[in-house]
Design a protein around this ligand. Structure first.
Ligand code: GUN
Length: 290
């Protein structure tokens, strides 16, 4: 069997076109959704992500503000910028690009972002809302994965879903979203014994470890839907995921490519979250009233 390729680039274009339409409606009421992206330091991958996020905003009719701060910025300076953005009515979404330089307390920075502007969904209030089944913002990458599964009409209710990688950004929120959609979820981490034993049970396998080639064909149940969240740069400059694609595509029923799979969806869902933050703000809906 050769797997169906799940085209994240095409689905992302569809989602972004839908966002652009809703932005038009909001702009007709005099509101332009605005996203602020804060980048501290010179991390080359982060530079690319931030550029892509800003470009996607412009394309969909949102306004974006990129705030670049030097590697030697103090935590207090960064917190000041975040607080100013919290108070800025033209900004509906705030994203502080991670990772932050080592001298910063990442959790403290995230908790300083107003929860109703936390379009990443990383704030402890948003993590709690997701955990209790009442999400305000779904973290963009897992949200994009759910959108892909929905678009591919993958049956989630009652399915065995295995998530490899337990980060706050992807693995844990991914598990919560799958659970809420009715899957039986196994969340694996770097200490999981006999990973293949777990992954081979999966009807839906989500891999987010940041390790190229972590999942091989023999670890996949024939016909499974395989979602590869990894984006790893090889020494030759090429990009690969966490799944050994050529082998896996002969076993899986459907699989996402890297690049062109989950990556474009993350940005599309960031636009959705920013748009919805602006819509809620226009409707006067706060965290307390939602
Ligand atoms: N770094 C890698 N992924 C992300 C993300 O989704 N949001 C932020 N803020 N930083 C990241």
């Amino acid at each position: 069997m050769t797997a169906r390729i799940i085209d994240g680039k095409a689905l992302s274009a569809t989602v972004r076109a839908e966002v652009a339409e809703r932005v038009k409606t909001l702009r007709a009421q005099g509101i332009q959704p605005g996203l602020a992206v804060v980048l501290v330091g010179e991390d080359p991958a982060s530079q690319v992500y931030v550029r892509n996020k800003a470009a996607a905003c412009e394309q969909a009719g949102l306004h974006s503000r990129v705030i670049r701060m030097g590697e030697d910025t103090t935590e207090a300076e960064l917190l000041d910028v975040v607080r100013q953005l919290n108070d800025d009515a033209s900004i509906h979404g705030i994203l502080v690009q991670l990772p932050l330089p080592g001298h910063m307390n990442t959790a403290k920075v995230i908790e300083t972002i107003a929860a109703e502007k936390d379009v990443d969904g990383f704030h402890i209030s948003n993590a709690g809302l997701l955990m209790t089944g009442k999400p305000l913002f779904r973290p963009c990458t897992p949200y994009g994965v759910m959108k892909m599964l929905e678009s591919e009409q993958v049956a989630i209710w009652g399915a065995e879903a295995v998530v490899v990688g337990a980060s706050n950004i992807v693995g844990k929120p991914m598990a919560m979203l799958l659970l809420a959609a009715g899957a039986t979820v196994t969340l694996c981490n770097s200490k999981t014994r006999d990973l293949g034993k777990q992954t081979r049970r999966a009807d839906i396998l989500i891999v987010a470890t940041g390790r190229p080639g972590m999942v091989t064909a023999d670890m996949i149940k024939p016909g499974a839907v395989v979602i590869d969240v990894g984006i790893n740069r090889l020494p030759d400059g090429g990009l690969v995921g966490d799944v050994e694609f050529e082998g896996a595509r002969e076993v899986a029923g459907a699989i996402t490519p890297v690049p062109g799979g989950v990556g474009p969806m993350t940005i599309a869902m960031l636009l959705v979250n920013t748009l919805e933050a602006a819509e809620r703000s226009a409707a006067g809906i706060s965290l307390q009233t939602q």
